[in-house]
Design a protein around this ligand. Structure first.
Ligand SMILES: *Cc1c(COP(=O)(O)O)cnc(C)c1O
Length: 461
């Protein structure tokens, strides 16, 4: 049998997003403003749309999705839920494997699920221009796409290595009318300073965030937008999990295991939060396991420290309690560009800390091997990021083969890999390295943090 699209009666696009904040096992540690050594949003009110900031701290469980946003979602939603029959067969597993495919919109990943509402709320509040950073280019292209649909200009700071490595992502953004600068750039104080120190600075997500935030801070016409980590972003992504639940219902299935890759944690949270809500509201028919997968080259949650750190390199953002590799982290040049952030979403870190979510890390060779197996069975070429989730799902399916358990596994294929062919080229020609980020560097970064903010240890959160 071939892979099929589940549910010929497509579900309706959800009318509300789900917010986890009031259902966490413990209150979420608040952002801390280092200037006052106490909770505070720092510069956030100066750079974010008001509605978005309200959603960031909301205790409401259900947030209405504006009709104008649902109208745009209709371009590609509902997204397919696919039973991976061919992959199951190739693995000789008794497990059932399902994947939700978020690569079917024009930018090609889950990111437009939040780019569109962020652009919409900014348009409503009279903002003319959006600024943001992008690593691999998926978020930048999603944001430009969202801005374009609501008549806003976009300025994107793109990590320099990606700008050079992935020129077609840049072209896509420019085609949709965005302005794209390699970061560090000459556009901002932060960028100019870094370029003076090292003209060949390869850039990092932390640096690009600093530039995009600075641009929005000093220019009145612009607001800043972010593609992951923040609560409101994860909230917007719950359309994925809510749709997935309806689709699995029509197939009379419920997952035993939910797997996703994590860069900042937004796509995986968008998938698993609604299933987590089933658990806390005692509606779940199974004790579902949630598994988050990251690269060994950027092991924030598996090896990082759970402490307060900045979201960016120039320390413009407040401090967030999260698993971190330190805000000065410069990632090794692995190909899963979307998974090279030093921190993770605070909600996800709390859930991992409380053992509600399992975590694991794989190196990029095993990940690309999994991507090849997936492409040869299910035929879609996955982005390198969700290839981590594929590897996680394959490992679970193989475990089922060994134990004979007929588990139902659901994973998120959060984007396609058709802009990532250079990565596949490198994989196929054998030049990829199974990189592991050294423990010594992690310890050094944490010691530096402790020196910088010794008072953080005494905070009551
Ligand atoms: C951005 C991105 C990621 C990582 O971000 P999350 O917030 O963890 O989802 C993963 N995969 C793809 C395809 C991306 O574009």
């Amino acid at each position: 049998m071939s892979s099929i699209k589940i549910g010929s009666n497509e579900p309706e696009i959800p009318k509300k997003w789900y917010s986890i904040l009031s259902d966490l096992p413990k209150p979420l540690p608040p952002p801390v403003d280092p200037a006052i050594k106490a909770p505070g949003p720092g510069i956030a009110p100066k750079v974010f749309a008001k509605t978005v900031l309200g959603q960031e701290f909301t205790k409401d469980r259900w947030i209405t999705i504006p009709e104008e946003v649902r109208d745009v979602y209709r371009i590609w939603r509902p997204t397919p839920m696919i039973r991976a029959f061919r992959l199951e067969k190739a693995l000789k597993t008794p497990a059932k494997i399902f994947y939700k495919y978020e690569g079917v919109n024009p930018p090609g990943s889950h990111k437009p699920n939040t780019a569109v509402p962020q652009a919409y709320y900014n348009m409503k509040e009279g903002v003319e221009r959006l600024t943001t950073e992008t690593g691999a280019g998926q978020w930048g292209s999603a944001l430009v796409f969202g801005g374009m649909l609501f008549g806003l200009k976009s300025t994107v700071y793109m990590v320099r290595v990606s700008y050079d490595q992935k020129p077609y992502r840049k072209s896509l953004m420019q085609l949709w009318g965005g302005d794209v600068y390699p970061s560090p750039s000459q556009q901002t104080e932060t960028g100019r300073k870094l370029l003076e120190e090292d003209a060949n600075n390869p850039g990092s997500l932390g640096i690009a965030i600093s530039e995009a935030v600075e641009d929005a801070l000093v220019n009145d016409d612009a607001n800043y937008t972010i593609g992951s980590v923040f609560n409101h972003v994860l909230l917007h992504q719950t359309v994925i999990g809510l749709e997935a639940q309806e689709q699995l219902k029509t197939a009379e299935e419920y997952p035993d295991i939910v797997v996703g890759c994590i860069g900042g944690g937004s796509s995986f949270s968008g998938l698993f939060w609604p299933f987590y809500y089933d658990r806390v509201s005692k509606k779940a028919p199974k004790n579902t396991r949630f598994i988050a997968v990251e690269p060994t080259a950027c092991p924030s949650i598996t090896k990082g420290t759970y402490t307060y750190d900045h979201g960016d390199t120039a320390r413009l953002t407040p401090l967030f309690k999260m698993h971190t590799l330190g805000h000065e982290f410069i990632p090794p040049p692995i190909h899963a560009g979307g998974l090279r952030y030093h921190g993770k979403a605070p909600t996800l870190c709390l859930l991992a800390q409380e053992k509600e979510v399992e975590t694991r890390a794989y190196n990029q060779i095993e990940v690309f091997d999994a991507a090849r197996q997936f492409a040869q069975s299910e035929t879609i070429v996955p982005a390198p990021e969700p290839a981590h989730a594929i590897k996680g799902a394959i490992d679970e399916a193989i475990r089922c083969r060994e134990t004979g358990e007929e588990k139902t596994i659901l994973f998120l294929l959060c984007g396609h890999g058709y802009f990532d062919m250079q990565a596949y080229n490198d994989f196929l020609s054998g030049v990829l390295l199974p990189y592991e980020y050294p423990e010594a560097k992690i310890r050094k970064a944490v010691n530096k943090l402790r020196q910088l903010y010794p008072w953080v240890e005494k905070l009551p959160f």
